[in-house]
Design a protein around this ligand. Structure first.
Ligand SMILES: [Zn+2]
Ligand SMILES: [Zn+2]
Length: 326
C-alpha cells in the first residue's frame, strides 16, 4: 500500500492544530531550542508510522478517533523495539522534527544540514546524555549562583507580607507615537490570566494613571469590563498593539519599527506586573512595588560592575541571509 493511503489525515490535522497553539503539550524537551517554522511533531510521528509499518497496517490502526471522542492507535504506543532495525535519512534537517520524531519511534537516524546553527541545535537535541553527569553539573551551577541570584527572584506578597518566588516578570515595550509624541505602552490585549477551575480571571486596567491596574474578576473576561479602582471602561481583548503596529491614545496608528528608527530610539521596556507563587503554592499577580523596582536597579548596577568580565560577544554580526530579518 502507498504510504500516502496509510495517513490518518483528519486525526493528524486535529493534533497538528492543537500542537501549533502550544508546542509544550507534545514535545517539551526539544522545543527548548528555538527554531524558525518547526513542523508539527505529531504530523511527523504519524508520517513515520505510516512509512515504517508494513502493509498490514492501515490508517485507522495508526490513529483513529474513538466513539467517545478520544483517540486510539499505534500513535500512542511505545515503538522503541519494533523499528530499531530501520534507518531514516533526512538530507535537509532544518528544525530537526523528522529526526526527533523518528528517533522517538526507535529508528536509527542520520541527518545532513548546511546551516551550522541548525545542525548544532538538532544534534544537541538528540545526542545521548549522561544523566548523572548532567545532574552533577546542574548541581554545581546551582551551588555557584543560587545564593547570589535568589534575591532577585523573590517578592513580598502584599496580602500576607510573606516572601514569594517570582515565576515571571512581565514587561511591556514603550514607544512614541509618530504623530503626537504620545508615549504608548504596547499591549496586544489587557488580559493577564483567563478564568480556570482553580484560578480567577485577571485583567490589567488600560488607564496608565490608574492607581491599581491589576484586577481579579469573579467571572470570565467580558467584552466590556470596568476597572474598580479608576472606573475606566474597556474591552480587555483590545490592546494598543498588533502585527507590528500600535495605536496611541489619540487614535494615531504607527509602525513600531519605523517609530524606533525615526526617533533613533532603542527599544525600551517597563516592568508592569510580577507573577509569583506564595509559600502555600498559590499563584498571584502584583504590580512591582518600590522594593521590586529597587532590585531591578541593583541587578542593572551589578551588570554594569561586572560587564567587562562577562563573555558578551562584542564583534559585529556579519551580513547574512537573515541578519536584517528581525
Ligand atoms: Zn498620537
Ligand atoms: Zn483603572
Amino acid at each position: 500500500m502507498e504510504t500516502w493511503n496509510k495517513l490518518p489525515l483528519a486525526a493528524m490535522d486535529w493534533f497538528a492544530e492543537r500542537e501549533a497553539i502550544n508546542r509544550n503539550y507534545y514535545r517539551p524537551i526539544y522545543s527548548i531550542h528555538k527554531w524558525w517554522a518547526r513542523r508539527p511533531g505529531t504530523t511527523f510521528r504519524a508520517l513515520g508510522l505510516a512509512t515504517l509499518t508494513d502493509d498490514s497496517v492501515q490508517a485507522e490502526d495508526i490513529l483513529r478517533e474513538t466513539s467517545s471522542g478520544s483517540f486510539d492507535g499505534l500513535f500512542f504506543e511505545d515503538q522503541q523495539e519494533k523499528f530499531s532495525d530501520k534507518t531514516v535519512l533526512d538530507p535537509f534537517v532544518g528544525g530537526g522534527t523528522t529526526l526527533f520524531e523518528l528517533n522517538r519511534l526507535g529508528a536509527q537516524t542520520i541527518g545532513y544540514e548546511l546551516n551550522p546553527v541548525a545542525w548544532w541545535t538538532a544534534k544537541k537535541s538528540i545526542d545521548e546524555v549522561d544523566l548523572n553527569k548532567l545532574r552533577d553539573r546542574f548541581e554545581r551551577v546551582l551551588d555557584d549562583v543560587r545564593d547570589e541570584l535568589d534575591e532577585y527572584y523573590t517578592t513580598k506578597d502584599p496580602d500576607t507580607g510573606k516572601e514569594c518566588e517570582i515565576l515571571y516578570s512581565l514587561q511591556t515595550q514603550k514607544v512614541k507615537c509618530l504623530s503626537c509624541e504620545d508615549s504608548v505602552q504596547l499591549f496586544p490585549r489587557y488580559e493577564l490570566g483567563k478564568k480556570k477551575k482553580t484560578s480567577p480571571a485577571v485583567i490589567y486596567c488600560k488607564n496608565e494613571d490608574c492607581e491599581n491596574r491589576i484586577e481579579y474578576l469573579d467571572h470570565e473576561i467580558g467584552e466590556t469590563e470596568t476597572c474598580s479602582s479608576c472606573g475606566e471602561e474597556f474591552d480587555p481583548s483590545e490592546g494598543t498593539y498588533g502585527y507590528g503596529k500600535f495605536t496611541c491614545s489619540n487614535g494615531h496608528k504607527s509602525d513600531v519599527k519605523e517609530s524606533l528608527q525615526r526617533n533613533d530610539q532603542k527599544p525600551e521596556f517597563e516592568y508592569f506586573a510580577l507573577y509569583y507563587r506564595t509559600p502555600a503554592g498559590e499563584k498571584k499577580f502584583k504590580e512591582p512595588d518600590a522594593d521590586d523596582l529597587n532590585k531591578v536597579k541593583q541587578a542593572e548596577n551589578k551588570l554594569e560592575e561586572i560587564r567587562e568580565e562577562l563573555p558578551i560577544p562584542s564583534q559585529k554580526i556579519p551580513d547574512g541571509d537573515k541578519t536584517r530579518a528581525l
